[in-house]
Design a binder for this molecule. Sequence first.
Ligand SMILES: Cc1ncc(COP(=O)(O)O)c(C=O)c1O
Length: 421
Amino acid sequence: MSELALLGGKKSKSKPFPAWPQFDDTERRGLNEVLESRVWWRTPGTRTLEFEGAFARFHGARHGIAVTNGTAALEVTMAALGLKPGDEVIVPNFTFVATASAVLFANALPVLVDVRPDTYCLDPQLAEAAITPHTKAIIAVHMGGHPADLDALKDLAARKGIILVEDCAHAHASEWRGQRVGTFGIGGTFSFQSSKLMTAGEGGMIISNDDEFERQARSIHDCGRMPGEWFYSHFIYGSNYRLSEWQGVILMAQLGRLDEQTRRRHQNARWLDRELGQIPGITPQRLDERCTRNGQYAYIFHVDSKQFAGISTEGFIAAMNAEGVPNQASYPPLHELDMFRNGEYRKRLSGAQATAEHAFLRQSFPHTQRAAWETVWIPQPALLGDETDMREIVAAIRKIQANAKELAAHDTHATPVPARG
Ligand SMILES: Cc1ncc(COP(=O)(O)O)c(C=O)c1O
């Protein structure tokens, strides 16, 4: 019988990874308190307000604005920057769609730029080359929890007089030179969707140390109101992005565990770096020495299929899942999304920008392509595991490599590897 669990063999995992999301009586008690208080709504409530302050302080920011989700956090941020038709915002091509769609939401153009080959974060040199007189902002995405090069991006933004925004959806508690993410530019956005490092099922946050930006963003998230003014005064255009008290109370409890969980994930990931780095064909996402703490939304590694008898990324992922190690494929490159291919994105633009040729759609993005189609992601809950869990991840990959030829014979997407002469 085959050794591989996918082909009937015994699984590498002897026990399940920690369950996610995690909760205990703190969440139970909190939910009950909100229930009994009958104050379930953000506006008169105190729980979401308290959470905003605590989350902002945790990251070293003066302001926090809780919103409905991470996409909304980006949309409110773009609106608060006052983007207008004709403006451009630099966005990495390798990210979740929301980073780019939030720019379109503000009727501006996301200009897609390739990422670094090792950290999979926005390449500052390519970002600089993409700047035009229309560029208003850059959105850095901290991929998988690893901060983008914040020294270079902060310097670039200052030199060119443009705004730096951090999409920290993957990076709660991540640090760059000891400073927490979300505080390097005008603001940082976070997601509390269920796969994220802390969660209320859905939820989002904007943090900032810029008083004027905060005033705008807070007003936009609450129908254009201003704090302390009459409830039916609406001073600017806004919408309703408020987070409920249920989510506020859950997130406060989740925040209480974040430090310890981050320590564990970061440590386990560094152990995996050392062990997996020794397996031919496996290259973990590089940890820049200036990243002093990685929130580690996922453990990302590149698989060189030539070292695995030509098996496809899908074949590798299926074999790992069968071994009991949850893992998944990466994001597709944004420029290959239907929205960009079929021109639908132009419906959000106007004037000359709506019909102009957009050079990034004709460009090649070698590092995004490699990251998109050849990396594998182990989701963060696995990194909360113990030493046995980490050893079993390594064992699963070694087993797949040892039996790769057999796997390739069953993998309809495998690329034949020429025999060495
Ligand atoms: C990089 C990035 N930005 C933004 C978001 C949007 O967050 P949400 O799903 O809470 O809208 C996500 C969500 O997965 C993300 O991965």
